[in-house]
Ligand binder design. Sequence first.
Ligand SMILES: Cc1ncc(COP(=O)(O)O)c(C=O)c1O
Length: 378
Amino acid sequence: MNEMTKLKEPDVTKSDRPLPKAGVLDIAAYVPGKSKGTHGQTLHKLSSNETPLGTSSAAKAAIETVAQNLELYPDGAANELRDAIAETYGLHPDRIICGAGSDEILSFLAYAYLSPGDEAIYSEHGFLIYDIAIRAAGATPVVAPETGLKTDVDAILARVTDKTKMVFIANPNNPTGTYLPFEEVKRLHEGLPAHVLLVLDAAYGEYVRKNDYESGIELAATTQNVVMTRTFSKIYGLANLRIGWGFGPGHIIDALNRIRGPFNVSGMAIAAGIAAVKDREFVTRAVEHNDAWLPWLTGEMEKLGLQVTPSVGNFILVHFPDEDGKRAVDADAYLLERGCVLRQVGNYGLPNALRMTVGSEQANRTVLQHLKEFLGQA
Ligand SMILES: Cc1ncc(COP(=O)(O)O)c(C=O)c1O
């Protein structure tokens, strides 16, 4: 192959090439958080809700062991990881499925339960992977408006038709950080027909400190149409390894296992996940860190006159003034110049807000100082 062939694609008309199935080209590809600032300064990456505490040293050690035998396939059923999760969360391992991130479990659910012509509902500012998974399965997304940046149960129920097959809720939701109390989740479930699958995505469940919150275990354990998804990417500090899991009725887990790739979770991920889920001290430290810095950040931002949506996760949604030079895009550019990477959320219908992960003490204080300067209050 010469250099030109490598660089230039031949001119072909649409009829001369394979075309993706209907709907695929309507999908807006997921845009991950930026991971680089504009200059070489100390970088504070606060754009993807990763933990500032790194990774459990037990999980790192477990990876080293697997690294000695990379030529062997992993255990396709991730038995030991499912056992470890089951023990930690008090569940039955047969009702757990592991995936390459919880994104993969969400896709499995859409592929297994949605067909062209079906509708699936998610909430106005809901996590964007739902839209991608629904469309990729050939189904039609239906967006339910939120009230005060919170999932609105009545708005969802009002959009249920005889085509509705699934409802996706992130609880707490990303990027708003708001949550639905258990009573509301139960009301939503009770209002859905029995054949509609309710997916409760609790990626940030471990961070929530509210008595009226329940991550989804209860309904997934006791009903026939609820699945809860969880992740090792956030509080467990294993985003890079891609591990997520779902818990639900046996008949749903069985269906998902039939479309799962036979070795979808790597051996390193399995080993690290087992060690991480057992390291409760690491998780406690992460919760304590969040408990200290989430209210601090919220309060300090409010003192600057910025509105912050009350969050129960490890991130906050900060709203900027609708003034030239002071909007979210301006703040984002200002912070980026100074090595602080936050997340623009215009694609979530929130063009004048930024989402910020609760970072290390140094990162939190640095962002705050820069925002003070940005707003002319330093
Ligand atoms: C609400 C929510 N669900 C699911 C995920 C997917 O996480 P992962 O695929 O890393 O498990 C994320 C990641 O940002 C999220 O915010």
